[in-house]
Design a protein around this ligand. Structure first.
Ligand code: ADP
Ligand code: MG
Length: 242
């Protein structure tokens, strides 16, 4: 279980304090996929950065199966993370090399067969030996996600994994992630603005505004509360723009 326990984070911007994450607590069970939703600047990325050890919280703590975030080495072994954009992959390397290299950096030995499984899953066979700088944006993103999944950690954080992708690639990636989440008992925490993605994959939705959790529950519960048919309508109604 991933436990986020009363986590807060402020930033100092031009001498002014800005609360990015405000006393966020949540428990996520093994096998659960959680989507973090909210307007730009709500604190979604900062929450993911805290849970993945990139930003230290001012207060509060995060635990994976009682391993504290402060026990960095042990905690980080349990998680992998993908940030928005495709900076996480090495442009000079091929998809195969990226997976070998990135898992090597984490001290995870992968054999060719393990890696080929992810190449196949993401339909990257035709490109597996091509430098990533020559791939399309969609295939680069597939490589970035494959690199994150191939670590096979217990918890996976993804910050806007379908950002900027065309509808077709986005659809394919959503399907792959859904199948993967259903067949592997892991924790997935995904930030996204894509309402189809949320409806497709989320067991639980966290709506965050100004760093605070405003709603925690399933898509169905949120739609029932807002009395709408789709998550998009429910969210827009909740935000007062429908
Ligand atoms: N490194 C930083 N320095 C100063 N302010 C930051 C920093 N990172 C995030 N913020 C601020 O914290 C708030 C939350 O940002 P973020 O977590 O990126 O939101 P989201 O991902 O929901 O769009 C925003 O107001 C943002 O400007
Ligand atoms: Mg963000």
């Amino acid at each position: 279980m991933l436990i986020v326990d009363r986590v807060s984070k402020k930033f100092n911007v031009n001498g002014k304090e800005k609360i990015a994450v405000d006393n966020v607590s949540v428990k996520i069970k093994k096998g659960e996929t959680v989507c973090i939703v909210g307007p730009n600047g709500a604190g979604k990325t900062t929450t993911v950065k805290i849970c993945s050890g990139f930003v230290s919280p001012d207060s509060g703590n995060v635990y994976y199966d009682s391993i504290s975030l402060l026990n960095r080495k042990k905690y980080l072994e349990k998680i992998s993370v993908l940030f928005e954009g495709i900076r996480s992959i090495n442009w000079a390397l091929t998809p195969l090399e990226n997976m070998e290299y990135l898992s090597g950096l984490r001290g995870i030995k992968k054999n060719k067969k393990d890696i080929e499984k992810y190449i196949e899953m993401f339909e990257l066979g035709d490109y597996k030996n091509q430098q990533c700088n020559s791939l399309s944006r969609g295939n680069q993103q597939k490589v970035a996600i494959a690199c994150c999944l191939c670590l096979e950690t217990d918890a996976v954080f993804m910050d806007e994994p379908t950002l900027g992708l065309d509808m077709e690639i986005s659809h394919k990636i959503i399907k792959i992630l859904k199948t993967y989440a259903q067949t592997n008992k892991k924790i997935f925490v995904i930030t996204t603005h894509d309402s189809d993605f949320i409806e497709e994959i989320a067991d639980k939705v966290l709506i965050i505004e100004k760093g605070k959790i405003m709603f925690e529950g399933s898509c169905e519960e949120f739609k029932a509360v807002q009395n709408t048919n789709t998550f998009k309508e429910a969210y827009l109604k909740y935000r007062g723009v429908l």
